[in-house]
Design a binder for this molecule. Structure first.
Ligand code: DP6
Length: 366
C-alpha cells in the first residue's frame, strides 16, 4: 500500500456528534527501531511483542462545528484533569495526519485519556497513547464511511499511529508485530505494522514480561533526539544491516522454539540499542547502575537455574524481564528475591504478551 491509499476521499455526510473509545496496549521490541528518515519512516525493520496489561484507554467525544475551523479544536483530559502540556504533541499529530483524515477541522473533540500504569513510571505511553487515539479517529471515520473494511481499518490505524510515534504502529494488533520493509515478509511495510505471518512455536505464546521500574523520572534524552543521532552515526550502517540479520535469525527461532538463541538475539538487540546511544555524538547513557545490577543477576541466575529468563530494554533505565510460561514460578520467585530490591520503591509491573487493542463500549453512544 502507498500513502495515497490512506486518504479519505468521497462525498460523505458527516455525523453531528458521537463518542468513541479504545484501549490500546504498549509493546516491547525484540528487534529495535532506532533511527528514522523523514515522515516517520524507520531506518530498519523491527519486531515486537504486543503487551497486555500496560495500556492506554482513550475516548473522544466529537461534535460538528457550525463551520470548518482553521485550527484543530480540542480539549484534552488526562486521568480526569485538563492537561495543557500534552496538547502540542496532539496538535503536531493532527497536522501530520490531516491529509488522511480530512474531517479533523470539522469537529470539536473532547479527548479523555488514561494509562493503566502510573504516569511517573518511566514507561513511555506514546505507543499505546497514539495507537488508542488513531483507533478512535478510525472509528469516527467508520461512522462517516460505514463501508470501510476491517482489514483496512486496522492498517490505516497502524499507519496513522506511526505518524504520532513510530513504535505505536506495532500497538494495534497482537501478538507479534513486524514493522518496516523486510525482504522475507512480502507484506512488510515502512508505513505500518503487520502481524508476523510465519510459524511461531507454542513456547512463545503466553510469554511473560515483568517490567522492573528502575528509574521513574524523566529521561535525560528523548527518543526523538536519540533517533536523530543515528544520522551520521559511525556504526549506523552496520546496525541497520544487523537488524535485518536478527530478524532472519528470529524467523528460525520462532519456528523451532530455540530459547537459547532467542535469549542471545534479544539481549544483543537491547545492548546494541544502548551501545548506539553511548556511541552517538553527543553520547548519552540511559541505563542506571541498577539496570546493570539487574542484568548481571539475570545472567548469573540463568546459568545457575538453566532457565531461559532474559532481559530487554527500551529507551530508558527500566528492565523488561522476559520468560516463558513454563518457567514462570521459578523466575518470578527469583525476581522477587533478587531483583525487586533494585526497583525504585520496589515497583514493578507484571505483564505478558497480548492480543492487541480493543474497542470500548460507551453508554449513550449516538
Ligand atoms: C527504543 O517510537 O518512541 O523503544 O517515532 O520518535 O515516537 P518516535 O520514537 P519511539 O521510539 C521507540 C524506540 C525504542 C525501540 C522500539 O520500540 O522499537
Amino acid at each position: 500500500m502507498t500513502e495515497r491509499d490512506f486518504v479519505l476521499n468521497g462525498d460523505f455526510e458527516y455525523p453531528e456528534s458521537g463518542v468513541v473509545a479504545w484501549k490500546a496496549p504498549s509493546n516491547i521490541a525484540l528487534v529495535k527501531y532506532w533511527g528514522k528518515k523523514p515522515n516517520q519512516i524507520p531506518a530498519n525493520p523491527s519486531i515486537s511483542f504486543t503487551l497486555d496489561a500496560c495500556a492506554t484507554t482513550t475516548s473522544i467525544e466529537f461534535s460538528k462545528l457550525s463551520e470548518k475551523s482553521n485550527t484543530f479544536s480540542f480539549d484534552l483530559f488526562f486521568e480526569g484533569k485538563p492537561k495543557e502540556d500534552f496538547k502540542p504533541k496532539i496538535n503536531t499529530f493532527f497536522e501530520r495526519i490531516e491529509k488522511y483524515v480530512p474531517f479533523l477541522k470539522e469537529y470539536h473533540f473532547t479527548i479523555k485519556t488514561s494509562n493503566s500504569f502510573p504516569h511517573s513510571s518511566g514507561i513511555a505511553s506514546s505507543a499505546s497513547g497514539m495507537a488508542a487515539l488513531a483507533l478512535c479517529l478510525m472509528t469516527i471515520e467508520k461512522r462517516i464511511n460505514p463501508s470501510l473494511e476491517d482489514s483496512y481499518f486496522k492498517k490505516k490505524a497502524s499507519f496513522l499511529s506511526r505518524l504520532g510515534s513510530g513504535s505505536a504502529c506495532r500497538s494495534i494488533q497482537g501478538d507479534l508485530i513486524q514493522w518496516g520493509n523486510y525482504d522475507a515478509i512480502s507484506e512488510s511495510s515502512n508505513l505500518l505494522g503487520v502481524k508476523y505471518p510465519f510459524k511461531v512455536h507454542p513456547v512463545f505464546k503466553n510469554y511473560h514480561d515483568t517490567i522492573l521500574l528502575v528509574h521513574k523520572g524523566q529521561k535525560t534524552v528523548s527518543s526523538t533526539v536519540g533517533h536523530d543521532l543515528m544520522h551520521n552515526h559511525p556504526f549506523a550502517k552496520q546496525r541497520f544491516a544487523q537488524a535485518h540479520l536478527n530478524l532472519d535469525r528470529l524467523k528460525t527461532i520462532f519456528e523451532e522454539g530455540n530459547l537459547d538463541n532467542f535469549v542471545e538475539v534479544v539481549e544483543s538487540e537491547a545492548l546494541t540499542l544502548h551501545a548506539m546511544m553511548m556511541t552517538s555524538l553527543p553520547y548519552f547513557m540511559l541505563m542506571k547502575p541498577n539496570t546493570l545490577e539487574i542484568i548481571n543477576r539475570i545472567w548469573e541466575f540463568r546459568q545457575k537455574s538453566k532457565t531461559h529468563v532474559c532481559f530487554t530494554l527500551d529507551a530508558g533505565a527500566n528492565v523488561h524481564v522476559l520468560y516463558p510460561e513454563s518457567e514462570k514460578q521459578e523466575v518470578f520467585q527469583f525476581i522477587q528475591d533478587e531483583l525487586v530490591v533494585f526497583c525504585e520503591n520496589g515497583h514493578y509491573i507484571c505483564d505478558r504478551i497480548g492480543n492487541g487493542a480493543k474497542e470500548m463500549r460507551i453508554k449513550n453512544n449516538n
